[in-house]
Design a protein around this ligand. Structure first.
Ligand SMILES: [Zn+2]
Length: 250
């Protein structure tokens, strides 16, 4: 079940954000998601066991605390290739929390109970390059019990049609796990549904922020000889005031 969090929870400090950025640099998307989740819920254990929808709900809340609710991103039209700018708010992509941890699926004589996907599952298939195989392995991992005509079967023996139904049932049970944006191209009028990658977006914002911060540290260290720790301790207002003096003197 999703972990609830007080709305007043403070954002990580600037030094902690730089540490977070460094820890996740070079890491996979799933591991970056876990680093961000640890920053969002610093005193919580077992974060890799949170369902993907619960993880993404926490990452949206982290986005609000670090960067505010506005999201701007871009994609390319699948039909004509024209760039499409998207602007929306985190509230626009909040979905209901999962109400249960497992789903029951019946397809013909096959009965399956499966649990919601979590970060452990995504980590387990990271090295799989074929998307069809990755999807199948992902769903096999989530099967708690499977039986055909009353006889237990291994996850690997579950027919493809039943596995498709499991995938659909899991997606419906954890709606925050897959956010689809309505895309309309101004150039060719094509419409499409595009998945929105919450981990990738929060990481991109953090990466942009961290590089700008390192630029500020670089300028101030060159001008005043201060250490990184001293510059971070200044706080944003005083730091910007010194940066303005440097820019004015240039
Ligand atoms: Zn287009």
């Amino acid at each position: 079940m999703p972990t609830t969090m007080p709305a007043t929870m403070a954002a990580p400090g600037e030094a902690a954000m730089l540490d977070l950025w460094e820890a996740g640099s070079g890491a996979s998307l799933t591991r970056r998601g876990l680093h961000l989740l640890a920053a969002a819920l610093p005193d919580t254990h077992g974060l890799a066991n949170l369902s993907i929808g619960a993880r993404d709900a926490e990452l949206l809340a982290l986005h609000d605390r670090l960067f505010g609710p506005a999201i701007a991103c871009r994609t390319d039209c699948a039909a004509c290739g024209a760039p499409i700018e998207l602007a929306f708010a985190t509230d626009d992509i909040r979905a209901d929390a999962a109400l249960r941890d497992t789903v029951d699926v019946v397809v013909g004589d096959t009965r399956i109970r499966a649990r919601l996907l979590d970060s452990r599952d995504l980590l387990a298939i990271e090295a799989e390059s074929d998307p069809t195989t990755a999807e199948r392995r992902l769903l096999e991992r989530c099967i708690v019990t499977a039986e055909h005509a009353g006889t237990p079967v291994a996850p690997a023996e579950v027919p493809a049609a039943a596995m498709d139904a499991v995938g659909a049932a899991l997606a419906a049970a954890d709606p925050q796990a897959e956010i689809l944006l309505d895309i309309a191209c101004a150039d060719c009028a094509a419409t499409a549904l595009a998945p929105f990658d919450i981990v990738g977006h929060v990481w991109a914002r953090l990466d942009h922020w961290a590089r700008a911060m390192l630029g500020a540290v670089d300028s101030l260290a060159r001008s005043y000889g201060w250490s990184e720790a001293a510059i971070l301790a200044l706080g944003p207002v005083r730091r910007q005031a010194y940066l303005d003096r440097i820019a004015g003197a240039a």
